[in-house]
Design a protein around this ligand. Structure first.
Ligand code: M6R
Length: 616
């Protein structure tokens, strides 16, 4: 969950490191630090608790001597609180070696007591300093940083990306990764390492993905990658498909505001190239028809918002493929004894592609003989590389911690997958498939309309509700996961109590929470068609209104039946029921953002969170 950058080349490194860290700050923002080898061959280091701005100000007032080799880190605390001492880099070998780390070294306590027994003293409470001391100890024996890494990594358990440099070797940064991300950026006479491509995309779009259990050494003129035993390995090259401006705020008040405004394009770009003459054909799934025709179960695994996308996707997958679908939180799935077979398709969903819980679940599913397909938004990330097949969402870089445009892109990808698999299996009537494609293609325009017509009103509503202490969300069928998503966003961003319920579940307990003035958002299904669910949800609204709830309904344009029952009605354009989630979620994203802003909170970097949860 920390962000890591390394640089070697001809340019002064401090600004490059700080700019890279500002793009990686979404991964953790409780402290930051850099180390550089200066022109005289000395190692300088500065680290500060707090957001990157604190470090930046510190360096501006008392600069480090600059140099052209450097590493930088932005932290999400695991071992030891967010203090200056626990911030990275950590030093060893008489402060000539600097080390940064992302992940958790699970056996750090026993390694630390071994080192303490040898007389090593520690300045922090971190597991990282233990790794630094071990690399320092090995380096002191051999004077070779790469072989020091090789000796140490074999003793570390858990998840880690480690980068190190030593003042004896200007122009060299060494890294290693296990269960934690690291990519290489290839420049002209300069090279980069980063937790993800955002670290260096401003300088180069040429990247190499480093595999599991590999060590990399970068110099200005080259890159060498070996496995943990020292054997050279082939690395996979890729071109980053977005440029630095896509990861800039570009005049918006926050990344989240920008990303919500990009929800229409996130859907449109995810559809692009996957519909041919009204049929969904996902090119990435070429060659899988035989397997997809034979699957007898689909299991969707994900965490947080991605899991809610999975819950929405279940409705489409079952309807259009007629294959039974289960959705499970990745961290729960892995620690039981699930029934899996070679005919099970395990679909993982992850914006970052690095969520440790999801990654471990994918590996576990594969080891148990299932085929894995990853729906992911980040090129070169670990989860897609550990999967049998990949369907990328094309939402573009998502920087704000709250997932918004990635969520609508994930649902879109799941719908495309359902239509693709349904066609391959002959399970969907071609006329129904064409209608679904037409509906899907209309979604971007409809989301844009919600933003255009409702955003200002929702922000106003959020402003009025700034003192609210609790909000409930109700939905039914495909609207149920949307209620869960609305509640998660509000907790995450505005730090207030929020719960999502299936509307039908209300009378089984949650209705006891309703007291006069309790705000309740209700995702109302369309009254068109049989209108059966609509009637039931309107009855649920009457039940809570009778107990004093203040109801804010999200209902389609022209639904007049909700008017007498609701205090406020937020409108979404008409869509077939399966596609309503993609529209109904937009007001809830705007509302959570608006309420957090009304409370003066940082919507991009909410407290205690990180964008990419790379610890279990
Ligand atoms: O990167 P992922 O999609 O795997 O992340 C999964 C969750 O951690 C993520 O969706 C989280 O719940 C969001 N912060 C919610 O807005």
């Amino acid at each position: 969950m920390c962000g890591i950058i390394g640089y070697v080349g001809p340019r002064p490194s401090q600004d490059i490191l700080l700019a890279g860290l500002s793009r990686l700050e979404y991964r953790g923002y409780d402290s930051a630090g850099i180390a550089v080898i200066d022109g005289d061959g000395g190692l300088g280091m500065r680290k500060r608790a707090g957001k990157l701005a604190v470090l930046r100000d510190d360096l501006a007032s008392t600069p480090l001597a600059d140099g052209t080799t450097g590493i930088g880190h932005t932290r999400w605390a695991t071992h030891g609180g967010p203090t200056d001492a626990n911030a990275h880099p950590h030093l060893a070998d008489d402060d000539k070696l600097a080390v940064i780390h992302n992940g958790i070294i699970e056996n750090f306590a026993e390694l630390k007591s071994e080192l303490v027994g040898e007389g090593v003293t520690f300045r922090s409470e971190t597991d990282t300093e233990v790794a630094a001391a071990m690399i320092g100890r090995e380096y002191a024996r051999t004077g070779d940083l790469v072989s020091a890494f090789r000796a140490v990594v074999s003793r570390l358990e858990g998840a880690y990306t480690l980068l190190a440099m030593h003042e004896d070797h200007p122009g060299l940064v060494v890294g290693a990764r296990r269960n934690s991300p690291l990519v290489i950026g290839l420049g002209e006479g300069e090279n980069f390492l980063g937790s993800d491509v955002a670290a260096f995309v401003e300088h180069t779009r040429k990247a190499l993905a480093i595999g599991q259990d590999e060590i990399v050494a970068i110099t200005p003129g080259g890159v060498e990658v070996t496995d943990f035993s020292g054997a050279p390995v082939e690395v996979e090259a890729f071109e980053v498909t977005w440029d630095a401006s896509a990861a800039e705020k570009g005049g918006w008040s926050s990344f989240m505001a920008k990303e919500v405004s990009e929800e229409p394009e996130a859907v449109a770009n995810t559809i692009r190239g996957r519909i041919h003459e009204g049929r969904v054909e996902i090119p990435e799934l070429d060659g899988m028809d035989e397997f997809l025709a034979d699957i007898d179960r689909i299991l969707v695994i994900a965490c947080g918002t991605a899991a809610y996308a999975g819950m929405v996707g279940k409705y489409a997958l079952e309807t259009w493929t007629r294959v039974p679908v289960d959705v499970e939180l990745a961290h729960e799935f892995r620690y039981r004894d699930p029934v899996l077979s070679p005919r099970t398709l395990v679909v993982s969903i992850s914006q970052s592609g690095e969520t440790m819980d999801t990654l471990m679940a994918v590996k576990y599913a594969r080891s148990r003989g299932a085929k894995t397909l990853s729906i992911c938004n980040t090129q070169g990330a670990t989860i897609p590389r550990e999967s049998d097949a990949i369907v990328y969402t094309h939402a573009g870089p998502e920087v704000a911690v709250a997932s918004t445009k990635a969520f609508v892109a994930q649902i879109t990808a799941l719908y495309l997958l359902a239509l693709h698999v349904g066609r391959v299996r002959g399970a969907i009537d071609p006329v129904v498939a064409v209608e679904a494609v037409t509906e899907l293609e209309a979604v971007p325009g409809k989301i844009a309309r919600v933003l255009e017509t409702e955003q200002a009103r929702i922000e106003q509503l959020a402003h009025w509700m700034a003192d609210t202490r609790s909000v409930l969300f109700l939905g039914r069928n495909v609207g149920y996961p949307i209620a869960l998503e609305g509640a998660l966003k509000l907790k995450e961003l505005a730090y207030i109590h929020a719960e999502g319920f299936a509307a039908g579940e209300l009378k089984h307990g949650p209705i006891a929470l309703i007291e006069p003035g309790q705000p309740v958002f209700v995702v109302v299904p369309s009254p068109r068609g049989s209108g059966e669910m609509h009637k039931k949800v309107v009855s649920n609204i009457e039940e809570i209104r009778a107990r004093g709830a203040r109801v804010i309904a999200i209902a389609e344009e022209g639904d007049v039946a909700v008017l007498p029952a609701a205090d406020e009605v937020l409108r979404i354009p008409l869509a077939a029921p399966m596609f309503e989630p993609l529209l109904a979620v937009v007001p809830l994203h705007i509302f959570a953002m608006g309420l957090a802003e009304a409370k003066g909170l940082d919507v991009d970097q909410p407290r205690n969170l990180a964008k990419s949860v790379t610890v279990e």
